[in-house]
Ligand binder design. Structure first.
Ligand code: BMA
Length: 336
C-alpha cells in the first residue's frame, strides 16, 4: 500500500482520492495494461435466493465504503435492479428485493425490464441510468441520496436506446450523456452519441462520437461503459465493442480519450482491445464470451482504477489498471 501512495501518475486524474479502492497489484511478470482480480468472480450468480445471474452492475464510493446498483436476473428470468452495499468493494450484500422506485408520474411505473445500470455522483446526489423497458428499451434516469430510497426522473430518449452513461460533471453548464440508439432486439449495429440537457429531463444537441470498426473486435457495435474519467488530457472512456463470430456476439472492452470541452471529438481510440473474454467465467455462462464494463472506481492521486464488469451475462468480475498507463497505452495503440 505504501508504494501505491507514493506513486505519481504521469497524467493527472481530476477527481477524489479513494485510498480504500479495491486493489490488487499487477501479477508479477505480467505486462497487461488491465489485469483481472485473482479471485474473480467477486459476485456469484446465486448470491440471492432467487437470482439466476448478477452482472453488468455499477459500484461507487459511498459514506466511507461502497454502494451500488446491480443487475439481477431472477429465476423467472426477469431483469431488474437491486441496491447493494460493501465495506471493501469486493464482498457485497445485495438487497433481495428489487429497488422500489418512486415515480413522478404513474405512467412511467409499468415494469417491463430494467438492466445494465450506471451510477455517478454528480453535484449533490447519485444519479442512476439504466436500460428501461418503455415500449422498447430506452434510458431511464433516477437518483438516490442513500441507496435506500430511489426516485425515478424520466426516460431520457424515445425508444430505442441503451448504454446511457452520464459524465460526472456539467460540460459548458449542461448535463452530458453518452448513449447508443438501438433496436428492440439484440441490435446488430450501434454507434455512440453525445447528448446534453439543462435539467436531466430534456436531452438534445446530439453529436456523433464513434462507430464500429470493420473486421476488428469492435466491428458490430460499440457502447459506453463506466462513467468517463476526467484527466488533464481528456475524458478516458472505457467502452465495450462487439464482434459477430460464427458462435455469436463477442463482447470485449477497449478505451478512448475524448476531448474535455467537446467530448464528441475522439482524440485516441484503441485499435486492440484492453480485455477480451478469455477466462472460463467470461467464456461460459448464460451468454458466452462477454466482458461488459459498467463501473470504475478511481483513486485520483495514484491513478489506480478498479473496473467492474459483467462476465458471460452471469457473474460480476473486477479488473485493475492505472489511468495514466491506459492513456499512455492508448497513445501508442490508437487508430482513429
Ligand atoms: C447486450 C445487453 C447486455 C448484455 C449483452 C450480451 O445487448 O443486453 O446486457 O450483457 O447484450 O448479452
Amino acid at each position: 500500500m505504501e508504494s501505491q501512495r507514493k506513486r505519481t501518475p504521469s497524467i493527472d486524474v481530476i477527481g477524489d482520492s479513494l485510498p480504500n479502492i479495491p486493489w490488487e497489484d499487477r501479477p508479477p511478470g505480467s505486462e497487461a495494461v488491465v489485469w483481472r482480480y485473482s479471485r474473480n468472480p467477486i459476485i456469484p450468480r446465486d448470491l440471492l435466493p432467487r437470482s439466476n445471474s448478477i452482472f453488468n452492475s455499477a459500484a461507487v464510493a459511498h459514506d466511507g465504503a461502497f454502494a451500488g446498483v446491480f443487475r439481477v436476473d431472477d429465476t423467472r428470468r426477469l431483469m431488474n435492479l437491486h441496491a447493494g452495499h460493501s465495506r471493501d468493494g469486493i464482498t457485497w450484500e445485495i438487497e433481495p428485493e428489487p429497488i422500489a422506485w418512486q415515480f413522478p408520474d404513474e405512467e412511467l411505473a409499468g415494469f417491463v425490464h430494467r438492466y445494465d445500470p450506471r451510477v455517478v455522483w454528480l453535484e449533490d446526489r447519485y444519479y442512476v441510468t439504466w436500460c428501461n423497458g418503455y415500449h422498447g428499451p430506452t434510458i431511464g434516469i433516477g437518483y438516490t441520496l442513500d441507496f435506500r430510497s430511489f426516485h425515478f426522473l424520466e426516460n431520457a430518449y424515445l425508444p430505442y436506446n441503451r448504454n446511457g452513461v452520464l459524465f460526472p460533471r456539467r460540460i459548458h453548464g449542461k448535463y452530458a450523456m453518452l448513449s447508443r440508439p438501438s433496436d428492440t432486439g439484440h441490435t446488430p449495429f450501434g454507434d455512440i452519441f453525445y447528448s446534453e440537457s439543462p435539467d436531466m429531463v430534456h436531452w438534445g444537441r446530439h453529436r456523433f462520437v464513434m462507430a464500429p470498426r470493420a473486421w476488428t473486435w469492435q466491428s458490430t457495435k460499440v457502447g459506453a461503459g463506466p462513467i468517463p474519467i476526467e484527466t488533464t488530457e481528456g475524458w478516458l472512456l472505457i467502452y465495450h465493442g462487439v464482434l459477430t463470430s460464427c458462435n455469436g456476439f463477442v463482447y470485449s472492452m477497449g478505451a478512448a480519450l475524448l476531448d474535455l470541452d467537446q467530448p464528441w471529438q475522439v482524440i485516441y481510440r484503441s485499435a486492440p482491445y484492453l480485455l477480451s473474454p478469455q477466462t472460463p467465467y467470461e467464456n461460459v455462462g448464460d451468454v458466452p464470451n462477454v466482458v461488459f464494463p459498467c463501473a470504475a472506481l478511481v483513486d485520483a492521486p495514484t491513478g489506480r482504477v478498479a473496473i467492474y464488469y459483467g462476465a458471460a451475462d452471469t457473474v460480476t468480475g473486477l479488473a485493475f489498471g492505472y489511468v495514466d498507463e491506459i492513456v499512455e497505452w492508448l497513445k501508442h495503440n490508437s487508430e482513429l
